[in-house]
Design a binder for this molecule. Structure first.
Ligand SMILES: [Mn+2]
Length: 238
């Protein structure tokens, strides 16, 4: 069986000496039948275009905050660490993989990057900016394999077909979240108090972003999310 090649955009440390990825992304992709490859954050636009053509899919992983300048806001005091190297490469990767019609799975920071890349906005910090009702705990302590809040799945979405449930129990390690959904994206899950927890791009074979960390969960819906991503990546190639 063909093992699709999945490019992963990883983290760059503060000192800008290391590119790295949490092993749980590698492990879940490998276990799902893919071959994950960590991408260089220093590629030129031309190199990114070639990646999008030759790889079978893109995973945008978790990490630090997205620079609010990218959605035309001043930083608030509660903004966390940002990284211009990572912001730059991901804002090249998203449109290139979309143009190439390749599947994209966006996790945590990934849903935020996808949103900003397509013209949406973020809450820079949920606890200080999300005022629409009581908040669930979106910043849980380890172990991250334990769900901490529920999400309501929007019926009729591609994600609902994968989730096969009206509600999911998810983990939560984020203080930012999608505020204004980007044009072309649809909300497919929200927390009880209305925080956007998943989006998708209708009309594409697989462009899904989730605010939680399915690579750390072992419930059937999380396994199916990776399974579907990898099978779409394989179908594209074969
Ligand atoms: Mn959450």
């Amino acid at each position: 069986m063909y093992h699709p090649l999945i490019g992963i955009s990883g983290s760059v440390d503060k000192e800008e000496t290391q590119s790295f990825i949490m092993r749980s992304y590698f492990k879940r992709l490998t276990d799902s039948g893919a071959i994950p490859l960590l991408l260089s954050p220093d590629m030129t636009p031309e190199q990114v275009e070639q990646c999008a053509k030759q790889l079978d899919g893109l995973l945008l992983a978790g990490g630090n905050d997205v620079d609010p300048a990218l959605f035309h806001e001043e930083p608030i005091p509660q903004l966390g660490e940002v990284n211009p190297i990572r912001d730059r490469i991901e804002l090249l990767l998203v449109p290139a993989f979309l143009r190439a019609e390749k599947p994209i799975l966006c996790i945590c920071r990934g849903i935020q990057t996808l949103t900003v890349a397509l013209g949406g906005t973020l809450y820079q910090d949920l606890p200080s900016q999300f005022t629409a009702g009581a908040l669930e705990n979106h910043s849980q302590e380890p172990p991250y394999s334990t769900p901490t809040h529920s999400v309501k799945v929007a019926p009729g979405t591609a994600f609902a077909l994968i989730a096969q449930a009206d509600m999911l129990q998810v983990n939560s390690m984020h203080h930012q979240a999608v505020k204004d959904v980007a044009p072309g994206l649809t909300v497919c899950a929200r927390s009880e108090s209305g925080v956007i927890e998943a989006v998708e791009m209708p009309g594409k074979p697989f462009v899904i972003g989730v605010q939680w960390h399915p690579e750390r969960l072992t419930d059937p819906a999380s396994l199916r999310l990776f399974g579907r991503f990898v099978s779409v990546a394989r179908e594209n190639r074969c």
